[in-house]
Design a protein around this ligand. Structure first.
Ligand SMILES: O=C(O)CCC(=O)C(=O)O
Length: 196
């Protein structure tokens, strides 16, 4: 693992830092299994009318179900996974875009990793003094379905003051590449003001 000093330098310069193999293989499997259980128990009839849109249609997603999900586990479907009545058009296990937004508070497996000593150490290294966990999600990137999320600053979606105080931790639970929907960054873009 990178030293704390170089992690901080990289983060301050680029606005992000990658820590390889941060979670163990066992932790990744545990989180995937926990998500599998949550998906298994989910009844699509209760949730599938809630689709997650990006781009120009994004405002359609910001309904009450979305806006009141901050302390719940809720399911946001891919637009191509359901018809206009909410009927599933694809197998349930590839139908969801994301689960949010309080996974790490509610599910014990996600809570354990999120509040682990190694995450706390990264927080300290980056100079966070009183961090608050305001949102946690599981994002799927299922094959053959889904939308491209364009570059954005998270603080234009999740409003905090000052905007620079918003920090995201992203954990890749599988090897991620451009082919299967990896996260990507624009180095230095933390110093620019971007509109949504
Ligand atoms: O769904 C994605 O690909 C990215 C999501 C994201 O950037 C976010 O939720 O802030």
């Amino acid at each position: 693992m990178e030293s704390s000093k170089s992690l901080l330098e990289t983060f301050n310069r680029d606005g992000y830092a990658v820590i390889s193999s941060f979670l163990t293989e066992e932790e990744c499997q545990t989180l995937k299994a926990a998500c599998g259980r949550i998906m298994e128990e989910m009844n699509p009839e209760e949730h599938s009318s809630h689709v997650f849109h990006v781009g120009e249609k994004a405002t359609k997603s910001r309904d009450d179900y979305f806006l009141t999900s901050g302390d719940k586990i809720r399911f946001f479907f891919e637009p191509d996974a359901v018809d206009e009545t909410g009927k599933l058009l694809v197998p349930k296990d590839i139908s969801v875009n994301k689960i949010g937004h309080a996974l790490a508070w509610i599910d014990p497996a996600f809570k354990k990793v999120t509040f682990s000593q190694k995450v706390a150490k990264v927080c300290r290294t980056l100079g966070l003094e009183d961090p608050r966990l305001v949102q946690s999600m599981y994002i799927f990137k299922n094959p053959g379905i889904g939308q491209k999320v364009n570059t954005h600053q998270d603080s234009t979606f999740l409003y905090v003051q000052p905007t620079s105080s918003l920090l995201g931790f992203w954990f890749a639970l599988e090897d991620a590449s451009e082919e299967n929907g990896c996260l990507y960054f624009v180095p230095g873009s933390q110093n620019r003001v971007c509109a949504t």
